[in-house]
Design a protein around this ligand. Structure first.
Ligand code: NDP
Length: 498
């Protein structure tokens, strides 16, 4: 287990990392000259100051995006040309993978191995949408011989993207890739906790040949820059990933401005349901641990509610506690580390408050529950297991976004399904059973965007990802994501008789 602490001032050199906004093809300071401190949760050190953009910068970036869109330099390129440029961008990201991964790790505390994996995921996502876009056809309507009717997909125009910090390159790419592939111009606001890699991405996009104004990146705060994008009268669509609370605000912003379309990928409290006839108990335990401790539990699809059939509940929790030892927090810069820090001090304190709430409500704290590696100056929380919880407890209903699993025993299949669905969220879910009929019954009954059977949180670029209920509106990934960034046009051509 990696236990090296970083004394202040010993992080790798970050002086070459970008820190200005990227607008109309160039790095620039915020219009007001404001900055904010970029703090590394690895050690609590400030790396440097980053441009703090606000509404004036949003105006400038949206104007640049609009100009580029109207110019047709990207929006009217043949799809195969956009494909070529986006594949080049994927190659450049691959070329710089180690540097981009270091930016992610220093910025938000994810283990370096996971950060490299995330960068590779962004490469794969870009390739998927680049390859798809010149293979998608429109439709010819069945309107009879007196007309030729076509249904075509057109880019929406200027798209605002507001993304979180838990996957600083993958979350923007899930949205950027289909938005750019379909010819839109984009203004991206990364989370204040993790702006660096998004700025590096903008520079690589320019190097790949994406014209000025097509991709603008504005570091800044949600309440200023994020809100200004959401309310902008010349932004045609906003796609957001983050909390359900802020997702709802984007619906308000749209309603109070220009009725822009809103795509939302929000929170979760996903049920991971293990029946007594689980086919491979060790696999179930290993995937359950990864599903809640991976990325320090800062994952919208984390398996944060572990529903275990009563007869095997103790066995599962004992095995899970033994497995959790592999997830003790370590130095994020050590390639052997599996769990790094929380994104910042605020998130660490929020998670610790939830742990206190769980104990206060009478759940049994079976493992962890405290801050770790405090001597490093960074913000780490131990893998934490609550047993014997009830589904009406706060730790079973609210998104904690930390390495905290709430285990809830259940009796029958009907109980398991009822408890699994007893949440305002509906992002993902899993069921572990060797009974194929039970698996199908569960898959049909669960109100969630994804159901995994005998695995946890699997996905693929070819499969849609998104939520039912308050987990969101619309889907990222797969060809369905192209629908987020295009609109249908009907062309009706009257065929006149001679
Ligand atoms: P937020 O939902 O607040 O942040 C996501 C993005 O929205 C960030 O870019 C943020 O900017 C922006 N934003 C924040 N407030 C506004 C606003 N009023 N108007 C427009 N944009 C805004 O998540 P937090 O980072 O605050 O995390 C809080 C909780 O949200 C977590 O504990 C977790 O439960 C949940 N969350 C869920 C995620 C998911 O993937 N589903 C991802 C991240 C968080 P800024 O960075 O400046 O705040």
């Amino acid at each position: 287990m990696a236990t090296t602490a970083h004394a202040t001032g010993t992080l790798p050199d970050s002086s070459r990392f970008p820190r200005q906004a990227f607008v109309d093809g160039a790095f620039v300071d915020a219009a007001a000259g404001a900055t904010f401190a970029c703090v590394s949760p690895v050690s609590g050190e400030t790396l440097f100051d980053v441009a703090a953009c606000d509404a004036d910068d949003v105006d400038l970036a949206v104007a640049a995006a609009r100009r580029s869109f109207e110019s047709g330099a990207w929006s009217r390129l043949a799809p195969r040309e956009r494909r070529r440029v986006l594949l080049r961008l994927a190659e450049l990201i691959k070329r710089d993978r180690d540097e981009l991964a270091l930016m992610i790790t220093l910025d938000m505390g994810k283990p370096i191995g996971d950060a490299k994996g995330e960068v590779s995921g962004a490469v794969a996502c870009l390739r998927y949408f680049a390859e798809a876009v010149d293979k998608v056809y429109g439709e010819v309507g069945p309107t009879g011989p007196s007309a030729v009717t076509m249904v075509t997909r057109e880019p929406i125009g200027v798209v605002g993207l507001v993304v979180p910090w838990n996957y600083p390159i993958l979350m923007p790419t899930w949205k950027l890739a289909p938005a750019l592939a379909t010819g839109n111009s984009v203004v991206l606001k990364p989370a204040e906790q993790s702006p660096i890699v998004a700025l590096a991405l903008a520079a690589l996009a320019a190097e790949a040949g994406i014209p000025p104004g097509v991709l603008n990146v504005l570091p800044g705060f949600g309440e200023t820059a994020g809100q200004a994008l959401g309310r902008h009268m010349d932004v045609d669509k906003v796609a957001f990933t983050g909390s359900s609370e802020v997702g709802k605000l984007f619906l308000v912003y749209a309603g109070q401005s220009n009725m822009k379309g809103v795509q939302l990928e929000c929170g979760g409290k996903s049920p991971n349901v293990i029946f007594a006839d689980v086919p491979d108990i060790d696999l179930a335990v290993a995937e359950s641990a990864e599903g809640i401790f991976g990325n320090s539990g800062q994952v919208c699809s984390a398996g944060s509610r572990l529903l275990v059939q009563e007869s095997i509940a103790d066995e599962i929790l004992e095995k899970l506690a033994a497995e959790a030892v592999k997830w003790l927090p370590g130095d994020p810069l050590d390639p052997a580390t599996r769990m790094g820090s929380m994104v910042d001090q605020e998130q660490m304190e929020r998670v610790l408050r939830y742990i206190d709430a769980g104990t206060g409500e009478g759940a049994e704290l079976r493992l962890g529950g405290t801050r770790a590696r405090a001597e490093s100056g960074g913000f780490y929380v131990e893998p934490t297991i609550f047993g014997g919880a009830r589904n009406d407890m706060r730790i079973a209903q609210e998104e904690i976004f930390g390495p905290v699993v709430t285990a809830i025993p259940f009796a029958s299949e009907a109980d398991g399904v009822r408890i699994a669905n007893d949440t305002v969220y509906g992002l993902t879910s899993a069921v572990w059973t060797r009974d194929i009929n039970k698996a199908h019954r569960f898959a049909r009954s669960i109100r969630a965007g994804t159901v995994c059977v005998n695995c946890y949180d699997r996905g693929d670029n070819s499969l849609p990802f998104g939520g039912f209920k308050q987990s969101g509106i619309g889907r990222d990934k797969s060809l369905h994501a192209l629908e987020n960034y295009t609109q249908l046009k009907t062309t009706y051509i009257n065929v006149l008789d001679d």
